[in-house]
Design a binder for this molecule. Sequence first.
Ligand code: PAF
Length: 284
Amino acid sequence: MKIATSTEELRSLLGTSRVDGDIHRRVALVPTMGCLHAGHARLIHKARQLADIVVVSIYVNPLQFGPHEDFARYPRNFEADKEVCDTEGADIIFHPNNLYPEDGPKITLRVRDLGDVLCGAARPGHFDGVASVVAILFHIVQPDMAVFGEKDWQQLAIIRRLVADLQLPVEIVGVETVREADGLAMSSRNRYLGDTEQEQAKSLSAALRAMQSLAASGENQGYALIAAGHSVLLAAGINPEYLEIRQADSLQGLATLEGYPARAFVAAQFGSARLIDNIPLESI
Ligand code: PAF
């Protein structure tokens, strides 16, 4: 496994390995902000199955953090990350110091509509920062495919739209959320949780599962499904930032499950950890 800390290094590593005689070797990129856990391991594993060359980028992107968010204290542990990448068979880690000019970026992307709802409502500019850095990473690595986790479903929907709108030749692969035994979705921010918060946080997935089974039993009215989710959260003493049902691709709000692939989305604050989760809803 090789480590590149600059765009030039990365390009020269990939330049020699991408072509093998007449054979084009497929490159998969797994973009991350480090602090890798079992969820990331699954993404790298998937990339390994699909591509000849696996690049994992590790970069805590300042552009996607608001002024009062956790950029400075976001957990960083490059030594442990290297081990995860190695174990999962990554070929290259791209670990740049900074991806932006010294005086900050003057040109960035703006995500309309999709970036203003759900997490975007509470984190203005967050998805502009995500889309901008992912576009830069795609430009540097020029991957054939890129692998993202479904835990960040809104991000995944935005990246799919990014490649469509900018006509980028990158296949986007989504990988199912990896969960703790109690249902809590794996997240780098789970390490901010104390014992009591950890106990409370599992009700996020419990609320979503309650909505999913109610939908599977035939309920297709959004208000009834949301009420079911709220009652699970309320019992755990959680007042969510949002609990919503939306179309899976466009992220438009839905009053009933009829006609569109739908998902339920939830976000809540537990001490200093803001956690999110989502689940597909299917009515019979
Ligand atoms: O999901 C993440 O870790 C980040 O948002 C990403 C996609 C690496 C962009 O910084």
